[in-house]
Design a protein around this ligand. Sequence first.
Ligand SMILES: Cc1cc2nc3c(=O)[nH]c(=O)nc-3n(C[C@H](O)[C@H](O)[C@H](O)COP(=O)(O)OP(=O)(O)OC[C@H]3O[C@@H](n4cnc5c(N)ncnc54)[C@H](O)[C@@H]3O)c2cc1C
Length: 427
Amino acid sequence: MRIGTTVPEYRYVRTGEPPGYRGGVEQDWAGTYTYTAPVVRPRDVAHLQEVVRGATAVRALGTRHTFNGLADSPGVLVDLTALPDRVDVRPDGTVAVTAGTTFGALARELHRQGRALHNLGSLPHISVGGAVATGTHGSGDRAGALATAVRAFTVVGPDGELRTVQGADVAAQAVSLGALGVVTELVLATEPTYDVRQDVYRGLATADVADAFGAGDSVSAFTRWDGVADLWVKTRLPARVPDAVAGAPRDPESRDRITDEIVGNVTPQGGEPGPWHERLPHFRHDSTPSNGDEVQSEFFVDRADAAAAIAAVAAVGDRIRDHLVVGELRTVAADDLWLSMAHGRDSLAVHFTWRRAAGTHEVAIPAVQEALAPFGARPHWGKAHTVHDLPAVVPRLAQARELFDSLDPAGVFSSPRLVALGVRSSS
Ligand SMILES: Cc1cc2nc3c(=O)[nH]c(=O)nc-3n(C[C@H](O)[C@H](O)[C@H](O)COP(=O)(O)OP(=O)(O)OC[C@H]3O[C@@H](n4cnc5c(N)ncnc54)[C@H](O)[C@@H]3O)c2cc1C
């Protein structure tokens, strides 16, 4: 069954303009990066192919929730959110979805048709194509990154032709950082829809967090690295939930906040049952996620090192706290996707929402990178970091570079940033 879903109310919710378009300047969602390339908004796939054929350098742009110049191009950018959304639930239980569609729009349509995804990230506002390209994840001991649901995808190659990627090639090419072409459509695995309850346990000792991730299906610990954490536990129903986790009591109320600086935009808590897509994300789709005036960074370590890594960050807590809005700890199941941050190892993801203020880039981010370096921490591709020794921590980086170079020998989808990361050889 083919359905056209259009969600303009979520597209341009803040300004009435395309997201990231501020008075004629094209920026990322948070305004932390101004794209150097002009942005083209293709009318349809044929127009997109025409743009790629006519460009010496071109890269894809999703909803711009990346906190760096990852998407930027020395040529032009093509905004995939300009193309009409399409969500096509198929008889084999998969869904074909256009790359610029947000997870929020996809999820509502899936739920309406009795289907669901295995997990979601903290916000439903991000595009499917952009989230898959960077290895975006939610939380869950048994839940892989969102790209683990990809079964196939269609990409515009450097010659402007459409190519289908499926089978074993998906593991090599799904998390691409946009380095091998412009993805137009993805086929994702789905499952029957389910309900979830969300409960918050307040005042957990940070030292107990490493052992608390089994408390539900998707667990996050929010902390300002002051010795205590709030544990957000999302549980598929039917299920019983504990009254306390490691001595931290369950809060019966839904408080609609993460910290004093992130208020009025979170999904219902207090155990109130609801559909998966209204509980798995932290942020509601009808409001601005997180704080908005921020920078984020995130680092992935082996789950086996979780307690030691948490202790290492706690030890620099006093140095980073002034720069921090809030930190979050999540788990991600190991996968086989070449450039996924959870490649080959069950992971603890250590996230930081920083203030956009002096010292964040100079003091705070280097401090946590240094603390986590002994654990072979992998940076989130879409967030702020200055990790230089990527070949040491991204095991299939050289293999991915070789593959991307062979698929795009002229470097149409390359950029100076991709070269600096080691994802492409030349731009
Ligand atoms: C408030 C907030 C909360 C966040 N929460 C999470 C979270 O819970 N978990 C997490 O892992 N991350 C999180 N992120 C980071 C975010 O999920 C990633 O940066 C993600 O890539 C954003 O998707 P996007 O569509 O905005 O991508 P963009 O920023 O537009 O692009 C990102 C990359 O993907 C490429 N790309 C985009 N579309 C395509 C396409 N169609 N074909 C080929 N390449 C493409 C671009 O070229 C670029 O390299 C969060 C970000 C914000 C702002």
